[in-house]
Design a protein around this ligand. Structure first.
Ligand SMILES: C[S@@+](CC[C@H](N)C(=O)[O-])C[C@H]1O[C@@H](n2cnc3c(N)ncnc32)[C@H](O)[C@@H]1O
Length: 205
């Protein structure tokens, strides 16, 4: 992450959160309880929407993000176990979570398929991956714009990539996608607007 990213992240996201993302989080996370792993949990934007009785582990490598997450958890009176780790090498036993949540993270991790393989490993049988990610545009004109701007955008935006075909990575990592919605993330910078959200389940191997 860039050193300046954490203090500005919530402000940077505010308009999109108000326009659509907050409602998407609410709908996706409405019935998410049990043992929950929030990958790249950032400042804790998902916390208000998880079941109050969920046992939440927040995996977050950036200490500045974790600090804000802890503050948010305290404000919400939630107990959250914050673990400093990359998603590509999770320090958790296999089959230890009911749900893995990944929101706006697979754009940033160095190796999305490795992170997803780890997500699959730590999910219990019948568990699910809940995702909300911005992705490569389907529209060729916007995709060209994303490709052109990505080399400038990625270092500025904490390692965020805008041309990833994340649904393909989810499937390649051994998940079956059960639901998938594509929608424009309104009020976001145009190259991060194309988004997908939904639920996937590990395929048995
Ligand atoms: C754009 S923020 C999204 C935060 C939050 N999930 C949300 O929905 O607002 C991306 C987060 O991924 C974290 N991150 C970056 N590289 C990571 C990695 N390899 N593994 C896990 N998290 C990572 C960043 O520190 C940051 O908090």
């Amino acid at each position: 992450m860039s050193w300046w990213f954490a203090p500005f992240y919530d402000g940077f996201m505010r308009k999109s959160e108000e326009a659509c993302v907050r409602e998407w989080r609410r709908a996706l996370l409405a019935d998410v309880g049990g043992d929950v792993l929030d990958l790249g949990a950032g400042t804790g934007a998902n916390l208000p929407f998880l079941s109050r009785d969920a046992r939440v582990v927040a995996a977050e490598p950036d200490p500045a993000m974790s600090k804000q997450l802890r503050l948010r958890a305290r404000e919400l009176n939630l107990s959250v176990d914050v673990v400093t780790t990359d998603a590509e090498a999770l320090p958790f036993a296999s089959e230890s979570f009911d749900t893995v949540v990944s929101t706006l993270v697979l754009c940033t991790v160095r190796d999305p398929e490795r992170a997803l393989a780890e997500a699959k490993r730590v999910l219990r049988p019948g568990g699910r991956l809940v995702f909300l990610e911005h992705v490569a545009a389907e529209d060729p004109g916007r995709y060209r714009l994303q490709r052109w701007l990505e080399p400038v955008w990625t270092p500025l935006a904490g390692g965020c990539h805008v041309t990833r075909r994340t649904h393909e990575s989810i499937e390649r990592a051994g998940f079956t996608i059960e639901s998938l919605q594509r929608e424009s993330m309104r009020k976001a910078v145009p190259i991060v607007r194309p988004s997908i959200r939904g639920v996937a389940r590990p395929r048995s191997s």
